[in-house]
Design a protein around this ligand. Sequence first.
Ligand code: UDP
Length: 243
Amino acid sequence: MSKPKLIDENGLRVDGRRPDELRPIKMEVGVLEKTDGSAYIEVGGTRIYAGVIGPREVHPKHLELPDRGVLNCRYHMASFSVDERKPLGMTRREIELSKILREALETVVLLEEFPRMMVDIFVEVIQADGGTRTAGITAASLALADAGIPMTDIISATAVGKVEGTLVLDINEFEDKYGEADMPVAVAPQLNSIVLLQLNGRMTVEEVERGLEMAQAAIKKIREIQVDALKRRYRVEPEGLEA
Ligand code: UDP
């Protein structure tokens, strides 16, 4: 099959977006009853639940640390979340992404606040259409906040891609598959630090710099949606003002 056209004559992408446009995003906090904290995120066709359990006693016991808590993270894709059924067991990709997500989240979680305890984070991709690691980390941050885990910041993330030489924001699966590069970026905005940065494919230094600027601008919007989701869950309406 010849390579499909990814940018049309009007400069628009396969799904009609401008290069710097995010897909429609929905977030909700406190969606699962059997967790201590949870969140749901939709970014275009990507749909993910994140659940947090803990802090609780460490199992197995030998992993316990005397001066800080332990963070566990499991990123998992449902078999039915992708076009070609994913194998039932954890793939190498899922094991790698679990580690990457944990390392990024560890930068904001105040582990010293819960020594000898552990917190489990589950990221369950139920439908994948590109950007699952970035949507996953965004949802996991909300689930941690919902569980009341002390943190210095909430992480927000998106991916910048390169298709037909054009930098595009929040790439979908099709663009990821047929484009030239994919650069996931996760930021702790309040700390002004990048906590996850990867590059799959090739970009020039100048493209990486411009891509980071695009990601930073988008992350401001993503953070607003996160804050709004938290407010909807936790805002207490003054008495007498309820509809
Ligand atoms: N994907 C898939 N099968 C897999 C892994 C990924 O169909 O086993 C698709 C899925 O839509 C995913 C996209 O390819 O979102 C890009 O995957 P990548 O590994 O770049 O991670 P992501 O962009 O989801 O963080």
